[in-house]
Design a protein around this ligand. Sequence first.
Ligand code: GSH
Length: 234
Amino acid sequence: MSELTAYHLPGRWGLVSVSPFCLKLDAFLRMTGIPHRSVTAATPFAGPKKKAPWIEHEGRTIGDSAFIIAYLIERFGKDPDAALTPVQRGQAVAIQRLVEENLYWAMVYDRWVREENWPILKGSVLGEIAAPVRTLLAPMARRGVKKQLAGHGMGLHSDEDIQAIARRDIGALAGMLGEQDWFFGAEPTLADATVFSLLANIRHVPFASPMQAMIAGHANLAHHTDRFLARFYG
Ligand SMILES: N[C@@H](CCC(=O)N[C@@H](CS)C(=O)NCC(=O)O)C(=O)O
């Protein structure tokens, strides 16, 4: 099949997906205008890495948003980062790692560990799973995610320490953005999609998170999310 199909976890509250990685891929597809079909998957288990998102294209199945995006840039010749200098490319990788390999886990902690968020999570992230199966699967999934959090290391910290880590990361993003509209100047790049996807999944969802106030404390970052939403999801 030559059509590009992108599989993502469910959307809620106006967001195409409540998974930052799926939302980033969707944002990339909007930025580049690559024709595709979006399919909502109830769970990530059908993906080649048992994580979402994944794509199917011309007989290939590819998992992991970064590998997918690299493949699509190559295959369709559309690169939002084409104008970046080598220094900016290095900074873009650092931003991606900060957001996806560290700050993301503070979001996971807020969603999956904070008791008050558990009912919301069951109805959203797990919301497309049929109710009887979900009742069995939800506690198993929660145990699995707590193990992942411990394996990463974020889950070994106290709540207070996790907040300190998140505050530092959010402050770093705000510092790098400064007065610019986009991380690398006049036009949005992948770094903007990456930051947007995580921050929108903190700001525009009903999960309680101390990070909402942290982001609100940096008007430039909050405006960045709004700017991205208006430009690509208006
Ligand atoms: N590095 C991967 C991370 C993908 C990822 O962690 N996706 C989450 C949803 S936000 C997932 O599917 N988690 C399921 C699991 O770990 O069991 C990417 O960029 O796509």
